[in-house]
Write a protein that binds this ligand. Structure first.
Ligand code: ADP
Length: 229
């Protein structure tokens, strides 16, 4: 259900079709939640969708668990199928979407352009944060098992740790081990960085500095988005 604040925001904001790129730990999750509220469009995170499937023990979840925990990528074919289905839902087809974690390979980006021909991705934004900084953020990262909200461990954490947003359990992700983190960052360089050229060729690539407070980064992001929509 849409509440009255959201209705007012919808009248102010025309929606958006955005892909957010950026290294693991760059703050995509945090910023996507804010952007999604601001532009009243669904935040579609393939990582969250896969983790939900793992928790629910679906066929997809069973297949994906070992791949995710090792820091590898789920196959393009499966990922494209999941996203294609999600984009058909009313919210995405009427308002747009903010994609987080997809596309992650050039093959996925090409497939995405094919399935969104009527409502193509308007812009891809690279949230730029150096590798050394994301490494330290990721080892302290904790997430809500239910809503995906992100937290940082200080070393003296509440126990049990309850999410401020939804009351879910705040935990360390199984794939936030040093080995899996390094695998994911290496894969980001080889598989995902080429997307910057892909979106650049069609004039849809933008870069935003992701270093700074969440509020500062959000301000930078909305300036770039509003220049385009
Ligand atoms: P991170 O950005 O920290 O890697 P995500 O939550 O985006 O975390 O994704 C977690 C895992 O889910 C990935 O390491 C990968 O195994 C899988 N995954 C998510 N999105 C995709 C995708 N588009 N293609 C392939 N695998 C994916």
């Amino acid at each position: 259900m849409i509440n009255s604040d959201e209705r007012a925001e919808m009248q102010m904001n025309p929606g958006a079709r955005i892909v957010l790129l950026g290294r693991q730990g760059a703050g995509k999750g945090t910023q996507c939640v804010r952007l999604s509220r601001h532009y009243v469009v669904p935040h579609i995170s393939t990582g969250d969708m896969l983790r939900a499937a793992v928790r629910e023990g679906t066929e997809l979840g069973k297949m994906a668990k070992a791949v995710i925990d090792a820091g590898q990528l789920v196959s393009d074919e499966i990922m494209v199928g999941i996203v294609a289905e999600r984009l058909q839902a009313d919210d995405a087809s009427t308002r747009g979407y903010i994609l987080d974690g997809f596309p992650r390979t050039v093959a996925q980006a090409i497939a995405l352009d094919e399935i969104t021909q009527d409502q193509p991705v308007g812009m891809a934004i690279d949230l730029v944060v150096p590798r050394e900084l994301v490494l330290s953020r990721l080892s302290a990262r904790r997430v809500c098992r239910d809503c995906g909200a992100n937290y940082q461990s200080t070393g003296v954490d509440p126990s049990p740790w309850i999410c401020e947003n939804c009351g879910g359990d705040v935990v360390q992700r199984d794939d936030d081990t040093p080995q899996a983190i390094n695998n994911r960052l290496d894969l980001y360089e080889t598989q995902t960085q080429p997307l910057i050229d892909y979106y650049g060729q069609s004039g849809r690539m933008f870069h935003v500095d992701g270093v700074g407070s969440p509020d500062d980064v959000f301000d930078r992001l909305t300036k770039v988005v509003e220049g385009q929509i």
